[in-house]
Design a protein around this ligand. Structure first.
Ligand code: FE
Ligand code: FE
Ligand code: ZN
Length: 261
């Protein structure tokens, strides 16, 4: 199984790889920059290439760089949309130094403009930022549908993908807490949910999993992660999930409120 957790980039790139190894992980997720701001670390190519070497030596599964939460490609304000575009372009160019990994982002919040407008603004940004030369797969994360979040269901993600020209650079990261909160019953009908995912998006686009339990009930449209087995999904459902033949080989990242140990 390819499993890791969310790590802090505070001590640098290679340090994250070493931390992952210390807990027997073979993948991990990290914020590409301050999750609530926009500042990125000074570019340290030596540190990045030290991580690359470590990833190769220990045959890691793909890593996930997570875009900051402040990035909103479908904001009302054009300045905020421009900020999102610049952050993503910068992050993707940095990730060219770590080729073959994933960049995950929350599609955005349409802030009252309607999901139709949101979807077209998100696709518009992706069309500006993606280029055929890039070696990073960009992942749209499934969202719980709180507030005006876009990506609350598989149809919305499909509509974004449909409007993007560089489709082969797009995938989906399924967050178990988010989909359950969004009303996909992965506890009692995992096969049904996967069939629906396949019909609407295509399982070929499913590239990574955020493995979280949920503090809130089914279809609550909230986004509160719980430790594995301590939420509304429960341990049995999570064990079935990670052993499902369609899901077992994907890279998993825990985003649970655990200490590293
Ligand atoms: Fe996320
Ligand atoms: Fe997530
Ligand atoms: Zn979440």
């Amino acid at each position: 199984m390819n499993i890791g957790c969310h790590l802090s980039i505070a001590k640098g790139y290679r340090a994250m790889g070493a931390q992952a190894l210390s807990i027997d992980a073979n993948t991990f997720q990290f914020f590409s920059r301050n999750p609530r701001g926009g500042k990125s670390r000074a570019l340290d190519l030596e540190d990045i290439s030290a991580l690359r070497q470590l990833l190769e030596e220990h045959s890691f599964a793909p890593l996930i760089a997570h875009a900051p939460y402040t990035l909103n490609p479908c904001a009302k304000d054009s300045g905020l949309r421009e900020f999102a575009e610049n952050v993503m372009r910068d992050d993707l160019s940095l990730l060219e130094h770590l080729p073959g990994n994933y960049y995950n982002f929350h599609p955005g919040s349409h802030v009252g403009q309607g999901s139709e407008t949101g979807i077209s603004l998100i696709a518009e940004m992706l069309n500006k930022v993606l280029s055929p030369e890039q070696h990073t797969l960009v992942l749209l994360e499934t969202m719980s549908g709180k507030g005006s979040e876009v990506g609350r269901n598989f149809e919305e993600l499909r509509e974004i993908i449909d409007r993007v020209e560089q489709k082969n650079q797009l995938g989906v990261c399924l967050d178990t807490c988010h989909v359950y909160s969004a009303g996909y019953d992965i506890v009692n009908d995992l096969d049904g949910v996967l069939t629906e995912f396949d019909r609407i998006i295509g399982l070929g686009r499913l590239k990574a999993i955020h493995l979280n339990d949920s503090l809130t009930p089914f279809a609550s449209h909230k986004d509160r992660h719980a430790k594995i087995g301590e939420g509304s999904l429960g341990l049995d459902a999570i064990i079935r999930f990670i052993n499902h033949p369609v899901l077992r080989d994907l890279p998993y990242s825990l985003e649970t409120p655990n200490e590293l140990e």
